[in-house]
Structures are given as structure tokens and as C-alpha cells.
Ligand binder design. Structure first.
Ligand SMILES: C[S@@+](CC[C@H](N)C(=O)[O-])C[C@H]1O[C@@H](n2cnc3c(N)ncnc32)[C@H](O)[C@@H]1O
Ligand code: SF4
Length: 339
């Protein structure tokens, strides 16, 4: 195997995602993952193979990221904590030249996993919740949940088991900066304010809630609350996805890797991202253009109604989980343009 490696062009930091696996134990109805090889509601396909990133692909991806990535986000499509080498892979990234972020549905998180997030000094831990009441959570994020002892919990206990883990994490004095994620969609309407009222008092100075607009993910899923945008921003954001097989795509919404511009096992990131294949792809992509998945994509990364919320004061004692809170919230939303 001949590997092309070169130095980064100055100032050209990339935001790389490394997909440890595209398998998932959840079937969230806003996520292309839920429909897999069945027809996606929005029309674009999501039928690529499911699997786990091998050690050679992982090591090669990290080696390249150490050269050119400004940030690495672990995860693309799938649940990273299902990878059997998850803890080993995180330990291997303790020494690195990039900021490290990750996202998880929390369902398989254990104390050992929280320990390795701390040990590897992860720069941002993103925890996906999307709901505050158990019924809404079970509707918006169905799938198997395990408790901290690794036992599968019954349906009625799913959200409580995740809450126990999130509280355990946020109460650790050494916990890493954390983002609680709430994707605003038709599946969790009415939960927005309750979610903020409940979680903000438990968050530390480096933690925050991101409430973000649901996306069609390149025209794969549909939701009545999704809104079109005029232009696609994936190239200006300098995204690069590395899937579990090492394939490279410039689009964070290209969950099927239809816009493949190379493979990490036989190309450098710099050559793949700035070379002739990518140059040609730049002209072909953009919402509504004839290539798949752009032909069905109308909303790109529409972040126009994303909101960040932070706690102003120190964390409060843990409160019981409210079931039907209707109290108006005291937060001030801040619009953001980042994902
Ligand atoms: C695809 S998941 C993968 C990581 C992990 N399984 C999780 O749920 O956090 C990454 C993030 O994308 C969000 N997501 C899924 N489908 C979405 C959609 N249609 N629009 C916006 N965000 C979405 C999830 O809620 C999660 O916060
Ligand atoms: S847990 Fe994450 S990857 Fe799995 S279906 Fe839900 S949003 Fe998609």
C-alpha cells in the first residue's frame, strides 16, 4: 500500500468526522438510520453497508487528522459506543493535534466510558436527548437502553436511566465541556421550554444546551418543521466525513457517502479534499442540483433557528423529573450559526 501524505496548506484546518460505526441501537424517526435500506421518506437513498471501523482504518484516519484537522468529531451516522474497541480508540487519541468532540445517544454509556472521556480530555461531549418527558422520549428516540450496570431497562425506565447517567456525568467535578442536544422537530413539540428549565440549573460554566432545527439530511427524511435554505454551506464549513470503511465525503449530510471523493487508505486528506476529484465535486453539489443526494436536499445545514442556552449561576441540587411542567422559562435564546 502506498500512502500519499503531505503537509497541510497553511490556515486550512478541516472539520473531520470519523465514523466508528454506522450501526445503531435506536431508530429515531428524524434520522435516516431509522429507515436504513427501506425507502427514505425524502427520496434519497441510505443503503450503504453497516459495519465497524477497523484498527488500520482508525489509525490511518487519526494519523491524517493529526496533520490537517482543526477539529475531529467522533461520529457521523451510528452510535459510537457500540464499537467493541471504543475505549481503546479514545485512549489512542489522548495525544493529538486537534480538538476532539463526540456525540452519543447515551444508551450504552458506562462509568468506564465517562472515565475515558475525562482521561482523553475530550474537548466537547455532546449528549443527545431531545425530550424531557418519558412518553415523548420513547416516541422521539426509540431503542434499547441499558442502565449504568449494563442491564437493559424496561420501556418505562428508559429516560430515567439516561437521566441518571447525565446527572452522574454533570455532577463529576472533572467532567468535560458538555453540550446537551435537543433537535426541534414535530416529534417533540411542547418539550423545548421544559427541557431548558430542567437541565440548565444542572449545567456547569462550560456546558450548554443546543436546540437545533431538524434537517432533511440531504432529502432523506421529512418533517413538517424543516425549512428550505437558499444555499448549501458544506464546502465553506470545510467538513470531511470519514466513514467506517475509510471513504471520504465533503458533506456532513451525505450519510450514504454518495459524494465520495476518495478513501483514507490510499490517499491523503489534503489530496482528497483539495485535489481534482474534489474540485469537480464542488461544481456538482448544492441543494437541488442533479447529483444524489443534492437533488432532494432543500434545507442543507439550515442552522437559522439554532439556539444556545447557558446557565448563568452555579449548578442547583438535582430536581425531580417534571412530567407536565408548563411554567414559562427564564432563558434568553441566542441564535447561532454553527451546528
Ligand atoms: C446522527 S446522530 C449520531 C450520534 C448518536 N447516535 C446520537 O444520536 O447522538 C448525531 C446527531 O444528529 C442528530 N440528528 C439526527 N437526525 C437529525 C435530523 N434529521 N436533523 C437534525 N439533527 C439530527 C441527532 O439527534 C444527534 O444529535
Ligand atoms: S441514536 Fe443517533 S444515529 Fe441512532 S437513530 Fe438516533 S439520531 Fe440516528
Amino acid at each position: 500500500m502506498t500512502l500519499a501524505t503531505s503537509q497541510p496548506r497553511s490556515g486550512e484546518g478541516l472539520r473531520v468526522s470519523i465514523e466508528l460505526t454506522n450501526t445503531c441501537n435506536f431508530t429515531c424517526p428524524i434520522c435516516p438510520q431509522a429507515y436504513k435500506a427501506d425507502e427514505q421518506p425524502g427520496g434519497s437513498p441510505y443503503n450503504r453497508r453497516q459495519g465497524m471501523m477497523s484498527e488500520p482504518v482508525f489509525r490511518r484516519a487519526v494519523e491524517e487528522c493529526n496533520r490537517v484537522a482543526e477539529t475531529v468529531e467522533l461520529g457521523f451516522f451510528g452510535e459510537q459506543t457500540l464499537h467493541p474497541k471504543y475505549v481503546d480508540y479514545l485512549r489512542a487519541m489522548k495525544q493529538r493535534n486537534f480538538g476532539l468532540e463526540l456525540n452519543t445517544n447515551i444508551s450504552f454509556v458506562t462509568d468506564e466510558i465517562m472515565d475515558v472521556w475525562v482521561e482523553s480530555e475530550v474537548n466537547l461531549v455532546r449528549l443527545s436527548l431531545d425530550a424531557l418527558t418519558p412518553e415523548v422520549f420513547n416516541r422521539a428516540r426509540p431503542g434499547q437502553v441499558r442502565d449504568l450496570q449494563g442491564k437493559v431497562v424496561p420501556e418505562a425506565q428508559r429516560l430515567a436511566a439516561l437521566h441518571e447517567k447525565v446527572h452522574r456525568w454533570l455532577e463529576r467535578p472533572d467532567h468535560r465541556p458538555t453540550r446537551l442536544v435537543f433537535v426541534k422537530s414535530s416529534w417533540n413539540e411542547g418539550e423545548h421550554d421544559k427541557f431548558l428549565e430542567y437541565w440548565l440549573p444542572h449545567m456547569g460554566p462550560e456546558d450548554y444546551v443546543l436546540m437545533k432545527r431538524v434537517l432533511s439530511y440531504g432529502g432523506k427524511i421529512t418533517d413538517p418543521t424543516a425549512q428550505p435554505v437558499d444555499n448549501c454551506n458544506v464546502w465553506e464549513m470545510r467538513f470531511l466525513m470519514v466513514d467506517w470503511q475509510g471513504n471520504l465525503s465533503p458533506c456532513n449530510l451525505d450519510t450514504n457517502m454518495d459524494l465520495k471523493i476518495g478513501n483514507i487508505m490510499d490517499d491523503s486528506i489534503e489530496h482528497a479534499y483539495f485535489g481534482p476529484v474534489a474540485d469537480r465535486m464542488r461544481g456538482l453539489t448544492g441543494c437541488g442540483k442533479s447529483i444524489t443526494p443534492c437533488s432532494t436536499c432543500k434545507d442543507g445545514n439550515n442552522w437559522s433557528e439554532n439556539e444556545i442556552h447557558r446557565q448563568e449561576t452555579s449548578p442547583a441540587p438535582r430536581a425531580p423529573l417534571p412530567q407536565n411542567s408548563t411554567t414559562p422559562s427564564a432563558y434568553t435564546p441566542l441564535r447561532v450559526s454553527r451546528p
